[in-house]
Structure formats: structure tokens, C-alpha cells
Design a protein around this ligand. Structure first.
Ligand SMILES: *[C@@H]1O[C@H](CO)[C@@H](O)[C@H](O)[C@H]1NC(C)=O
Ligand SMILES: *[C@@H]1O[C@H](CO)[C@@H](O)[C@H](O)[C@H]1NC(C)=O
Ligand SMILES: *[C@@H]1O[C@H](CO)[C@@H](O)[C@H](O)[C@H]1NC(C)=O
Length: 326
């Protein structure tokens, strides 16, 4: 099928998106492929949807993968490169999922428009499509990223960790040009997805050598968590990060934080630290504070994040296969 075929629906969508976000990126723009590969966005969307229907865990997987890509060497698909000591092999990335979705989309795009669509853009669009599929907002994704040629496991230390203090989390986001509000908003992406017990069970028993659980956990919630994650269990069992609503993109994650029902220590700290609690309260619509729409802010912060250190123009390359440099 040729690349010049443009259905009226795609064109209309493109127009609608183009009016909402323009020129926010450093060289990326909404509709970058509208002439060179007009079906690019619809091919990615239908591929993500097909995989999501047989395996819903790809949605949080792809969102997280994009985040982990952008924080390391910018959004340049360095996360996708195979190798014994690439980013993909590093501890924080070992449990990422959804690589097969990116590969499937890339194969189809190479058949439709060879050498045109970058893996970095596929990932940025797939993350957006994943949010839409879980009932979250749609935002226009500026495109035109090119793929990086370097991927080192040792670069992944700047990824936020489940046990980082709030100061460390804020510094890691600030290093990427992201504000405290962006931090709260993007961590709110934990409204979908799960965590393995191994990343929070230390909070449930002898937290910080106190002989008791982390006091910030809701006492009524603690026995549920202990039942799911026994003290000497294998730690691989997965638990929803947004209790009661782990498959749906919504603001209930923040309600859970207010109620002491955050799974990860780094998540629950959004409520115990005053500078981040302020934004959580605004997402919750607490009286007396200027309300913030999680859906609107999430799209804005995602556009900012997905423009971190992007390679455009003649920088980088368009990979032929997403798992290897050309
Ligand atoms: C977080 O956990 C990791 C691995 O379990 C550990 O190596 C690291 O020291 C911890 N960091 C903090 C700040 O406690
Ligand atoms: C852990 O215990 C140390 C020493 O008692 C204390 O300084 C620190 O703030 C505690 N950390 C947390 C997360 O409660
Ligand atoms: C979370 O919420 C559900 C209700 O949807 C409940 O059955 C479950 O036990 C809760 N707790 C945990 C730790 O997931």
C-alpha cells in the first residue's frame, strides 16, 4: 500500500491535533509524517490496540518504556537496543514490557514507508495511544524525533527509583527540565499498571528497622498488602499501583495517596512532602485551592517529557530495526 493514501478521517484528526499543539518541541512538530508517511499514526494506533486487546498490560508497559527512554539520553529509542550492557539490560529496565508492540509497528511502517518513521516516535505515539486505550486523555504528539546510536546500562542511574526521597526525585526531574508539578503529574501515570511485591514489601514488615510497617500506610490497607505479599514470599507477585482502578486511567491514584494507599514509597511521599502534596490536592479539587485537571495536565507534561533532548534534523538516524542501530 502506498504512503500517499490519506483518508479524510486521518486528515481531519491531523487538523484537529495540529491546532492544539504546535511548536512546543525543539524541532518536533505535530503531523511531521503527514506527507512522508500519512498513515504512520494510524498504523501505530491500530497495532497498539490489537496488542492491548490480547494483553492489556502492554498499556502501562509502553507508557513506562517511553518515560524510561526519555530520562536516559533523551527520547531517542536508546531503551530499545539489544545488547549485554545496553539500557534494556539494566536493573530498572529489566521488567519493562511491550517491546513486541514496537517491533510489530516498526515492521508495518517499514513495509508502508521504508526508512521514514523513527523508533523514538513510534514509542512516543504508542505511549499516548496506550493512555487513550485505558480511557485516558488524547493529546497531540509532536513528532520528528530521530533515533540515537548509543545505549549504556550505566546511564540508567538517573531514572527515578521506587525508594528515592522526594528531594532526589525532584532533582532527577529538574535535571530533565521538568518541574515539581510535572513530577506529580507524570508519577500520576501510575494510575495504570502494577508493581511486583519486591519493590514495596520492605514497607510492610520491618520498615527502616523499626520492627513495624511504614506508618504512612493506611492501617486498614496494610493487612491486604501483607496477605498479597508475604514476608518471605518470592516477591514476583504483581499488585495494582492504583488500588481498585489499576486498569483505568483516572485521578483515583491521587485519592489513594491521600488515603495512605500508595504502593511505592516514592509514590506515597507525594502526599507526605508539602511541595508535592500541594499539587496532589489541586488534582483532588480540595476546596480553597485552584483545581487542576489531571487529564489536561497529563497531556501537557507528557509533551514536555517526550521532547527531552530529542534528536532532530540531521542528528541520529532512522533505525531499520528498533532493537539495533543501523
Ligand atoms: C533503594 O533500593 C536499592 C535496591 O534495593 C538499594 O540499592 C538502594 O540503596 C536504595 N536506595 C535508598 C535511597 O534507600
Ligand atoms: C529511617 O531511620 C533513620 C534513623 O532512625 C531516620 O533518620 C530516617 O529518617 C528514617 N527514614 C524513613 C524513611 O523513615
Ligand atoms: C484493592 O482493591 C480491590 C477492590 O477493587 C480489593 O479487592 C483489593 O484487595 C485491594 N487491595 C490490594 C492490596 O490490591
Amino acid at each position: 500500500m502506498g504512503c500517499s493514501i490519506q483518508t479524510p478521517i486521518v486528515f481531519f484528526l491531523w487538523l484537529a491535533m495540529a491546532t492544539t499543539t504546535l511548536a512546543l518541541g525543539q524541532g518536533t512538530r505535530v503531523g511531521f509524517y503527514s506527507k512522508s508517511c500519512p498513515r504512520a499514526e494510524s498504523i501505530i494506533q491500530s497495532t497498539v490496540k490489537a496488542h492491548f486487546q490480547s494483553n492489556p498490560t502492554v498499556a502501562p508497559g509502553l507508557l513506562r518504556m517511553h518515560f524510561h527512554d526519555c530520562f536516559v539520553r533523551g527520547c531517542d529509542a536508546s531503551i530499545l537496543i539489544d545488547g549485554p550492557s545496553t539500557e534494556k539490560a539494566a536493573g530498572p529496565n529489566r521488567l519493562l514490557r511491550g517491546y513486541e508492540v514496537i517491533d510489530d509497528a516498526k515492521n508495518q511502517l517499514e513495509a508502508a514507508c521504508p526508512g521514514v518513521v523513527s523508533c523514538a516516535d513510534i514509542l512516543a505515539l504508542a505511549a499516548r495511544d496506550s493512555v487513550v486505550l485505558t480511557n485516558g486523555p488524547r493529546w497531540a504528539v509532536p513528532t520528528g524525533r530521530r533515533d540515537g546510536r548509543v545505549s549504556l546500562a550505566s546511564d540508567t542511574n538517573n531514572l527515578p527509583a521506587f525508594n528515592d526521597s522526594m528531594d532526589v526525585q525532584k532533582r532527577k526531574f529538574a535535571d530533565q527540565g521538568l518541574t515539581t508539578q510535572d513530577l506529580v503529574t507524570l508519577v500520576g501515570g501510575h494510575t495504570i499498571g502494577t508493581s511486583a511485591c519486591q519493590f514495596f514489601s520492605y514497607r510492610l514488615y520491618n520498615f527502616n528497622s523499626t520492627g513495624a510497617a511504614d506508618p504512612s500506610i493506611d492501617p486498614a490497607f496494610l493487612p491486604q498488602l501483607q496477605a498479597l505479599c508475604p514476608q518471605n514470599g518470592d516477591g514476583t507477585k504483581r499488585v495494582g499501583l492504583d488500588n481498585g482502578s489499576a486498569n483505568k486511567f483516572d485521578a483515583s491514584f491521587f485519592t489513594n495517596l491521600r488515603n495512605g494507599r500508595g504502593m511505592l514509597e516514592s509514590d506515597q511521599k507525594l502526599w507526605t512532602d508539602d511541595s508535592t502534596k500541594y499539587f496532589v490536592q489541586r488534582f483532588l479539587g480540595i476546596r480553597g485551592l485552584l483545581g487542576l485537571s489531571f487529564n489536561v495536565e497529563f497531556g501537557k507534561s507528557m509533551v514536555k517529557m517526550s521532547n527531552i533532548k530529542v534528536k532532530t534534523g540531521s542528528k541520529g538516524e532512522i533505525r531499520k530495526v528498533c532493537s539495533a542501530i543501523n
